[in-house]
Structures are given as structure tokens and as C-alpha cells.
Write a protein that binds this ligand. Structure first.
Ligand SMILES: *[C@@H]1O[C@H](CO)[C@@H](O)[C@H](O)[C@H]1NC(C)=O
Ligand SMILES: *[C@@H]1O[C@H](CO)[C@@H](O)[C@H](O)[C@H]1NC(C)=O
Length: 418
């Protein structure tokens, strides 16, 4: 429609270029206006289908009746239905995330793993001897109305890989094997909420697990260019905004090399953050210090200026005194909670990064009060130094709060282990 308008406008005489136009007689203007009017009318009539609509209406008019509706009531009902529909979707995703994390946690990487999986391109393919090809066993498919009448298998998901990823790479085999655990969850989700359609899992190694399973056809050149890692949903999830509080031990035992490693660790952490992330840094010994006192009790955007500012302050940190981590943790949980409840920041991804050379206090009461059972805040722990006495303790902190534990013994470790 806008195209037509523009066209009409350009065709009008007198509108061409600059320069003083000669006076135009009123009759001519009226003629233009009439022409334009009838032109617009005929175009709108033609493209809006209004005549057809009028005719249709005439056909059904005798059977129509008018019914009063309560607009507010109607909107309320819609919004409730919408909300419950969205909630069911969110719950389905949460069940998948939980199963995937669980499976990942329980899986031990096996370099020489052998594993036959259903490759969506190879399934049901046979070689010249009439045997199913490698990774291409029989995979029963049935037409399903719910999935655009495509041929699908609603008991199993299967695996798609882009052409440039080797289908038996150990990373792929381990990932595919591990994520088999999602099959029952896909099925259960679909049974619980039949309005669900496709459910999928995209791995950083490049495989794409799709439920229900389908047969995937390469393009006319035999190339499979779809790579889940390039999809908007993947990129968004992989780099989703985070709220991070870095808690660093500056007690006396951290003096020397440990402090150097700790500072390097914080700087490396800061470098992984971007403008969509929020951050603060708390140092502790006998006291809890915000390393930037102006940022007390808040999180600030991890933009370049703030990151550089933090780096300068980190550089000035000095180790002394006795470490009491609990107060610092409570402070960190409090900021994150306030931020979350105010609906600011990354919302779903909150974490505390604890950097210490050892921890002996009893943390359970703190976690119980501030983080359990939901475990909204993940705890990542970095044990600095070679000492292993505290390893179990520090590992436990991470593992009981959905995080990871890392020991960083040397400066060279920092980059690699972050
Ligand atoms: C790794 O996989 C191979 C081949 O499937 C198997 O023989 C071996 O026992 C596995 N190793 C471990 C440690 O599970
Ligand atoms: C899905 O495929 C598997 C393997 O071929 C088969 O055992 C199963 O019955 C299929 N499920 C459906 C619903 O067709």
C-alpha cells in the first residue's frame, strides 16, 4: 500500500524538482484532488478485499446475532490462559535444563567411547548390501498432524550435525551419549503439555538433539549447513546476561604469590563480562570491604569503564588479617537478592565467584538461610595455591550450590582454568 502511495505522489504533475512554480488554477487542483481520491479509493477497494467482505457478510447475515461481551472479563481470561500456557512452557524447559545438568554432572568423559546413535541424516539409509549404514539404523517415522504433518518419531529424539563436524568425534559421542537422558523428559513434557511442539538441545560441540526425531535432508549440494550454534536462541542463551559478585579473600595467608594469582584471576573474570552483565567485588578479612565504597550494596554494569576501574582497585588490594568469609557471602547473597527482586540485571543467571586459599568456617547455615533450597545463586569457587587441605571444603561449597570448583596453583593456570 505504501508503495502505491509513493508512486501516486511521484506521478503528480507540478511536484518535480525545485524552482518557483507557476501559479496553478484552482480547477486544476480540484481535478488532481479528485483524481487522487478516486485512485486511492479504487486501490484500497481492490487490495483490502472490502467488496468480498461485504458479499460474505450478506451471505451469512441471516444467521448472525449480536452478543454482549464484558471486555475486561475477556481480557482477564485471555491473560490467565496466556500466563498458564507460558508457565507450562517455562516448566518444560526447566525440567530439560535440570536433566541436562544432572546428566552432565554424572558423566565421565571417555576419549575412546563408542556409541551408536540415531543420526537424523543417516537413519533408515541402507548400503548396497541392504544393511543399515553406520549411525543409520531403522528409525520408525509416522505422519503427525501436530507437527505440520511431518514424519516424526514421538518416542525418541535424534541428532543433527552440520557437515563440518565429524560425527564420531569423542566430544560429539560423549555429548550425545550424555544427552540421551533427555529422551524421557522430552516425552514426559509432551504428554504433560500437548500444545508443546519442538523441543531441542544445542551443544557447544555442534550437535543438535531434536524431539520428536525426524529425517533430515541435506540441501541440493549434499551440504548440511544448519548449525545450532549460529541460531539466535543459542547465542542468546550462551551469552545471557549475568549478575556476578566476586568475593575475594585478602586475609594474611593470601600474601605474596597467592595474592598475585588472585588478582590475575579477578582480572580474567572481569574480561569475560560484557555490557549486559552486572558485577561488584567484595574483599574480606576481619571486615567486609566493597573495593569501591561508592558501589556499596549494589551491582554495576560491567561496561568497559567499570571493569577498568575495578582492575585498578584490585591492583591495590593488600593481604592482612584473618579471613571470615561468611559475612562477605551474606553480603553478596543480599545484593543479588535485592537486585533480583527489583527486577534488574540478568535475573536468571546469578553467581558468586569465591576466590580464597582456604575456608574452614561452617557455611551450611548461610546457604540454608540465603540460597537453599532453590539455589538461585550459583557458587563458583577458586582455590588459590597448591595446598589441598581445604580442597574438599571449597569443592563442597561449589557443588552444593550448582557451581564448579577449580584449583589455581600457578599464574599459568589462570587463563586455562577460568
Ligand atoms: C570407554 O568406552 C569404551 C568403548 O565404548 C569402553 O570399552 C570403555 O570401557 C570405556 N571406558 C570407561 C572408563 O568407561
Ligand atoms: C521410534 O523409533 C524407534 C526405533 O526405530 C521405535 O522402536 C519406536 O517404536 C518408534 N516410535 C514410534 C512412536 O514410532
Amino acid at each position: 500500500m505504501w508503495g502505491s502511495w509513493a508512486l501516486l505522489y511521484i506521478l503528480l504533475p507540478g511536484c518535480t524538482g525545485p524552482g518557483a512554480p507557476a501559479p496553478i488554477p484552482p480547477d486544476t487542483v480540484k481535478f488532481w484532488a479528485d483524481t487522487l481520491g478516486s485512485e486511492v479509493y479504487s486501490i484500497i477497494t481492490k487490495y483490502s478485499g472490502s467488496l468480498l467482505l461485504q458479499k460474505k457478510y450478506k451471505d451469512v447475515e441471516p444467521t448472525l446475532s449480536i452478543e454482549e461481551v464484558d471486555g475486561l472479563e475477556l481480557v482477564k481470561k485471555f491473560s490467565e490462559e496466556m500466563e498458564s500456557m507460558l508457565r507450562r512452557k517455562v516448566e518444560a524447559v526447566e525440567r530439560l535444563v535440570e536433566a541436562a545438568e544432572e546428566a552432565d554432572l554424572n558423566h565421565e568423559f571417555n576419549e575412546s567411547m563408542e556409541f551408536e546413535y540415531y543420526n537424523s541424516v543417516r537413519i533408515n539409509e541402507k548400503d548396497e548390501d541392504d544393511n543399515y549404514v553406520d549411525l543409520g539404523n531403522e528409525f520408525i517415522l509416522e505422519t503427525n498432524e501436530h507437527f505440520n504433518n511431518l514424519m516424526v518419531n514421538t518416542t525418541l529424539s535424534n541428532i543433527q550435525l552440520p557437515t563440518n563436524v565429524y560425527n564420531k568425534d569423542p566430544d560429539i559421542l560423549n555429548g550425545v551419549y550424555m544427552s540421551e537422558a533427555l529422551n524421557p523428559v522430552f516425552v514426559e513434557n509432551f504428554q504433560r503439555d500437548p500444545t508443546l511442539t519442538w523441543q531441542y538441545f544445542g551443544s557447544s560441540t555442534g550437535f543438535f538433539r531434536l524431539y520428536p526425531g525426524i529425517k533430515w535432508t541435506p540441501d541440493e549440494n549434499g551440504v548440511i549447513s544448519f548449525d545450532c550454534r549460529n541460531r539466535g536462541w543459542y547465542i542468546q542463551a550462551a551469552t545471557s546476561p549475568k549478575d556476578i559478585v566476586i568475593v575475594v579473600d585478602i586475609s594474611g595467608s593470601m600474601k605474596g604469590l597467592r595474592m598475585t594469582i588472585a588478582k590475575h584471576t579477578i582480572n580474567t573474570l572481569l574480561d569475560t563480562l560484557g555490557e549486559n552483565d552486572f558485577v561488584n567485588i567484595i574483599a574480606y578479612n576481619d571486615y567486609v570491604h566493597y573495593i569501591e565504597p561508592c558501589f556499596k550494596g549494589i551491582l554495576v554494569q560491567a561496561d568497559r569503564d567499570n571493569r577498568e576501574h575495578f582492575k585498578q582497585l584490585v591492583d591495590e588490594l593488600q593481604a592482612k588479617g584473618v579471613g571470615t568469609v561468611n559475612k562477605a557471602l551474606i553480603e553478596a547473597f543480599k545484593i543479588l537478592k535485592e537486585f533480583r527482586e527489583a527486577g534488574q540485571g540478568g535475573l536468571c543467571n546469578q553467581a558468586i565467584m569465591l576466590i580464597t586459599d582456604g575456608a574452614v568456617e561452617d557455611y551450611e547455615p548461610v546457604f540454608e538461610k540465603y540460597n537453599w533450597p532453590e539455589k538461585r545463586v550459583r557458587m563458583f569457587t577458586y582455590l588459590i595455591g597448591r595446598e589441598v587441605t581445604f580442597a574438599e571444603n571449597v569443592k563442597w561449597i561449589a557443588c552444593s550450590n550448582k557451581g564448579y570448583y577449580t584449583q589455581i596453583s600457578t599464574l599459568a593456570d589462570v587463563q586455562e582454568k577460568m
